[in-house]
Design a protein around this ligand. Structure first.
Ligand SMILES: [Zn+2]
Ligand SMILES: [Zn+2]
Length: 151
């Protein structure tokens, strides 16, 4: 009897509305990443990201501009308003969207913290979730960073 869309179908987009997307799959690998690269890419204390198979993310208005922030991954953002929208490893089958760009961010509760080595000392999250450092992931050891150095 419900007239609501399937709970597996989720919309999102940037703050100016030029770029909109739809995900036709359950969100997976929902996490907060505190690594230094995500901090810089998001301009924030951490990135909040939710994944889905790449083929299940559809751009319904516009498309993000892409920046290869390293030799391993690309980040998408709205070229008009700058909202960070996506993160994806080149070789992976999964793409992540920023939880804040989802129409229903409350429906994407994180399950783990990544990038724990760069956790900001003033950030207090009493969530009891596991915390992994970036160096724990062997795929990242051969990465070449493309982000400009600080300063
Ligand atoms: Zn925009
Ligand atoms: Zn990160």
């Amino acid at each position: 009897m419900s007239t609501h869309p399937s709970p597996a179908r989720r919309g999102g987009g940037c703050q100016c509305g030029a770029v909109r997307y739809e995900i036709d799959a359950p969100l997976e690998k929902i996490h907060l990443c505190h690594c230094r690269m995500c901090q810089r890419a998001l301009g924030n204390a951490f990135a909040a990201l939710a994944g889905c198979p790449k083929e299940r993310l559809r751009w319904t208005r516009g498309a993000p501009k892409l920046y290869a922030s390293s030799s391993l991954a690309t980040r998408g953002f709205c070229a008009d308003c700058g909202t960070p929208l996506t993160f994806a490893y080149h070789e992976a089958a999964r793409v992540y969207v920023t939880i804040g760009s989802l129409d229903d961010p409350a429906g994407a509760p994180p399950a783990i913290h990544y990038g724990a080595e760069s956790w900001l000392p003033w950030l207090q999250l009493c969530d009891g979730l596991p915390r992994e450092a970036t160096a724990d992931d062997p795929r990242l050891r051969s990465m070449t960073v493309h982000q400009a150095p600080p300063g």
